[in-house]
Ligand binder design. Structure first.
Ligand code: AMP
Length: 396
């Protein structure tokens, strides 16, 4: 997959209308609709400001929540328009529809230096279905398309990929950062290249492991998914998470890693519990886990093993927590890994979703080179899959 895509800096946007796909899918208070974190709106500001300063007229668009083609008043983007206007210090014209009369009239009248926001794209079912007529109607309002919503580039939706059939398509600054940092890490990593994988399920990460086995020097597996691998090695794992139908796969991967000379590290000790609960008493188990216990976090010897393996790395990618970090008693392993990454001196990349949340919750976010903003998208990136919202952008 080619990650070397033209960016807004390569586009001549002066006097042009730019359709800008943003990620304004912000968390909201379910009762009041109040935006509980404006991080994603703040993140969008650099690309928007750049475009406005260059004399473009910006037609911003985004989805919010999962209205599934229904017009759900609670999921209007109106509060986002208001917050965006406060952050930009200028008026944000809000359209009452997406490609309807109001949007079309406002887009036609939009002047250089002005910005408008369309209503929630997913109020129209054709957005997620990538309806050609819907994509064309979006594109017809503009001269150029800029993609800056990394969290949706793994989806072939009208506003993420469809519009690129009708408009020259560039990456925004957020998408460009994701592509240049993660793309380089995968294509031409500074070595040794260490991948740290965790989280609940092996089945979610099979394609990631397959892809990284071809590229990484060391693969570290922690979290719930490690127990299927331990079982494959012949250990007793008690009540720990197990995907019995993946044991053969796990055996194959261990053998493949050995054949390729890729170091493949698994936990050697675990903090276990008799029940899946925040109050459960942690019991340290080395090797086998007794029948009545389940593995909840990696133990101190494993922390040492894993931390030593990331020391001296050139590049580290991390996706998935090392244990049930949401429970304080079982967060130590994840915290230790976050610290090990922060202190490694390597280029460190944390995939979105739970690992990003863990790094932020544990206070290491500012010591990581790059925290990806897209959970599903960064996972598919690590799988080496072609991302429709990236493939459609102009090559450099
Ligand atoms: P994922 O979305 O696949 O990255 O998985 C993240 C989830 O895995 C988090 O909610 C963790 O609580 C969970 N997890 C990590 N380790 C374990 C474990 N040992 N047992 C059960 N769940 C785990």
């Amino acid at each position: 997959m080619n990650y070397n895509k033209k960016t807004v800096y390569d586009a001549d946007v002066k006097g042009k209308k730019v359709l800008l796909r943003c990620d304004f899918n912000v968390p909201q208070n379910k009762e009041t609709g109040e935006i509980t974190s404006d991080k994603r709106i703040v993140a969008a500001i650099p690309t928007i400001k750049y475009l406005l300063e260059q004399g473009a007229a910006v037609i911003a668009c985004s989805h919010l929540g999962k209205p599934k083609g229904e017009w759900k008043t609670k999921l209007t983007l109106a509060p986002v328009a208001k917050r965006l206007s406060q952050l930009l210090g200028q008026d944000v014209i809000f359209a009452a529809d997406i490609i309807g009369e109001d949007a079309q009239a406002k887009a036609a009248a939009l002047q250089p230096g002005q910005i408008m926001l369309l209503e929630n794209l997913r109020f129209d079912i054709r957005e997620e279905k990538n309806g050609a007529d819907f994509a064309k109607a979006l594109a017809d309002m503009a001269d150029i398309f800029v993609s800056d919503a990394f969290g949706t580039v793994h989806r072939a939706h009208a506003s993420t990929a469809g519009v690129a059939a009708y408009l020259p398509a560039y990456s925004g600054l957020l998408v460009d950062k994701e592509l240049s940092i993660m793309g380089k890490a995968l294509d031409d990593p500074k070595r040794p290249f260490v991948a740290v994988l965790g989280g609940a399920k092996v089945s979610d990460k099979i394609n990631v492991i397959n892809n990284l086995l071809e590229k990484a020097d060391t693969i570290i597996i922690g979290g719930g998914m490690a127990y299927t691998f331990k079982k494959a090695q012949g250990y007793e794992i008690g009540n720990s998470l197990l995907e019995a139908d993946r044991i053969d796969y796990a055996k194959d991967m261990i053998a493949k890693a050995e054949a390729k000379g890729v170091k493949f590290l698994l936990p050697v000790d675990n903090f276990c519990a008799s029940e899946f609960s925040a109050d459960a008493e942690p019991v340290l188990c080395e090797g086998d886990i007794p029948a009545e216990l389940m593995g909840m976090d990696i133990g101190p010897k494993t922390v040492e093993l894993f931390a030593n393996a990331v020391k001296g790395a050139g590049t580290i990618v991390w996706n998935g927590p090392m244990g049930v970090f949401e429970f304080d008693r079982f967060a130590a392993g994840t915290k230790a890994m976050a610290q090990a990454l922060a202190e490694s001196g390597a280029i460190t990349i944390v995939g979105g979703g739970d690992s990003a949340a863990a790094v932020e919750k544990l206070g290491y976010a500012d010591k990581i080179t790059h925290i990806s903003t897209g959970g599903g998208a960064s996972l598919e990136f690590l799988e080496g899959k072609e991302l429709p919202g990236v493939a459609c952008l102009l090559d450099k």
